[in-house]
Write a protein of this length. Structure first.
Length: 204
């Protein structure tokens, strides 16, 4: 799957892999279908290269870049972005905004730190992929979606009230960090005054 055969269109959500531990290629592969811009933090480069896919941007320290200069040829065209340890997320988001991307799939970001992303989701359509779960934000208000019978997760501020309505009835409850919920087949509607996230299992 070689993305450099395509003209990059920023309308396609980028894929930004921060960490590859606990992430399988089968989980990421559907996100790469339309050859999006692929950003990879240095911690995940080795694993991503083993998947045999084309990287567009590597975020790493100057030392890492010096050690990996061969990638500039092997992955041409490739861009290095210099970051200090732990700042790959900020630098990557800044790059995506500057290059006018509209959205990003953030892979390997700890879903328990979702509140760190609240300012960023005001500027980017952002989803999280953490292990076998994909989370997407609801920026306050009401959201409806059809589900197959399944277990979903809700992430929100501690004790934030969320109302869920579906074929089982309506339920208003405080979310405790992460709340797991069984939903029946059909439309489920969620509402809350603040930002919350819905998680669905990517692979069963």
């Amino acid at each position: 799957m070689s993305s450099h055969h395509f003209v990059k269109e920023q309308q396609e959500p980028a894929v930004f892999i921060l960490e590859a531990v606990g992430i399988s290629f089968e989980t990421v592969a559907p996100l790469l279908e339309w050859s999006p811009t692929l950003l990879v933090a240095q911690e995940a480069v080795e694993v991503v290269l083993s998947w045999g896919i084309k990287i567009d941007v590597v975020l790493g320290t100057l030392e890492f870049q010096r050690d990996q200069l061969h990638l500039l040829e092997e992955q041409y065209p490739l861009r290095f972005l210099t970051v200090s340890t732990g700042s790959a997320l900020e630098e990557g988001i800044h790059y995506l905004l500057a290059s006018q991307h509209k959205g990003v799939h953030l892979v390997g970001f700890d879903h328990q730190k979702h509140q760190e992303l609240e300012e960023k989701i005001l500027h980017l359509d952002l989803t999280l992929v953490d292990e076998d779960w994909k989370y997407y934000p609801v920026k306050g208000g009401k959201f409806s979606k059809w589900f197959a019978p399944s277990e979903i997760r809700l992430l929100a501020s501690e004790n934030q009230p969320v109302e869920v309505s579906n074929a089982n009835g309506s339920l208003l409850f405080p979310v405790c960090c992460l709340t797991q919920l069984e939903v029946p087949e059909g439309i489920s509607t969620f509402s809350s005054s603040g930002i919350f996230w819905i998680g669905e299992r990517v692979r069963v």
